[in-house]
Ligand binder design. Structure first.
Ligand SMILES: C[S@@+](CC[C@H](N)C(=O)[O-])C[C@H]1O[C@@H](n2cnc3c(N)ncnc32)[C@H](O)[C@@H]1O
Length: 307
């Protein structure tokens, strides 16, 4: 059983993440609570964690017995593990890099800050390729790059190397001390898994709740951002996910899933309506911030699917 906390925690994501659900978490929770009593849930599983906004939101309200977050992005998973296991070293690294960056001059078209950013990016990628380098430093650089790159994006090239350009930030504040400590405390009893969402089968059961927030299906008229990792998530991937969701639901597992609403660009595109026809599909309004084109920034409709 999950325990309703007497006073909810207030924890924000450590990073900006494309498709982040911070502003939608309350609505998604409302939809989920129409179907499931979280006090009857033991295990919370979020297989497409990203910035983990939904996890932070729900685990702030309910104290779950078991919590699992997962992502296919190795640098992101390393960040969460380091914040859980080596918080003091992580914050010391963040302090050091923040002081160094903020002290650099902004004249000559940000030349000094720009050079610092690209040096950090090279170091980050080197640790990423080596695999066994300084993982605390990798976590520190992850936050630094996220706060100084263009739009807080995380994008990699075909070799898996981070390639987002410099975002021309004058000064940075890399973390909030109280927030990162609360985050770390919450992670103490959280399983942090690297891998594909299908490796969550052992959590299936009627006292488990899954929240799925896969990469958006790009709208037909936009070049939406989808590449968080080397692999791409195409329509076949969305179909495979629907098959997995059907499997866990048939075993009595509770779930909520969100995605972009294809009706925004084509009223006749019933891709998700067909895939999830056995479940409840709700359309909600959301403000989308990260998009390849300015016109993608207005209010958009999102799907929330529950069982
Ligand atoms: C839309 S984002 C999740 C955003 C998150 N809900 C938030 O609030 O920040 C989708 C995430 O799925 C991850 N991902 C992509 N393919 C995956 C897979 N096969 N298994 C697990 N995670 C995957 C991406 O790395 C990305 O972080």
């Amino acid at each position: 059983m999950a325990i309703l906390r007497a006073k909810p925690l207030e924890i924000s994501p450590l990073i900006k993440w494309a498709g982040g659900k911070k502003r939608l978490a309350a609505i998604i929770q409302e939809e989920a609570e129409k179907k499931v009593d979280f006090e009857n849930i033991d295990t919370y599983v979020e297989p497409f964690a990203g910035g983990a906004s939904m996890f932070l939101h729900l685990a702030s309200k309910y104290e779950f017995k078991r919590q699992v977050i997962m992502d296919i992005n190795p640098a992101l998973i390393n960040l969460y593990r380091q914040v859980r296991d080596n918080l003091r070293e992580v914050t010391a690294g963040l302090d050091k890099i923040q002081v160094a960056y903020n002290a650099l001059p902004e004249n000559d078209d940000f030349e000094a800050k720009k050079a610092y950013f690209y040096e950090a990016r090279t170091q980050f990628n080197k640790i990423l390729i080596d695999g066994d380098g300084d993982l605390i430093q990798q976590a520190v650089l992850f936050i630094f790059l996220n706060k100084t790159d263009f739009n807080g994006l995380y994008r990699v090239n075909s070799k898996g190397l981070f390639n987002v350009p410099f975002g021309r930030r004058k000064s940075i504040n890399l973390y909030d001390n109280n927030n990162i400590h609360q985050f770390s405390k919450l992670l103490q009893n959280t399983e942090i898994l690297l891998g594909d969402y299908r490796n969550t089968g052992k959590y299936i059961g009627d006292r488990t709740f899954f929240y799925f927030d896969p990469p958006y299906r790009p709208l037909t008229d936009s070049a939406s951002f989808t590449s968080y990792a080397k692999s791409t998530f195409n329509d076949d991937s969305q179909r495979e996910l629907a098959t997995y969701v059907m499997k866990i639901a048939n075993a009595g597992t509770h779930f909520a899933l969100s995605n972009s609403d294809p009706h925004q660009s084509d009223k006749n595109d019933d891709f998700f309506d067909n895939l999830y026809k056995d479940f409840t599909i709700c359309r909600i309004q959301a403000a989308r911030m990260i998009s390849a084109r300015a016109r993608g920034r207005g209010s958009v409709s999102e799907l929330v699917i529950t069982n």
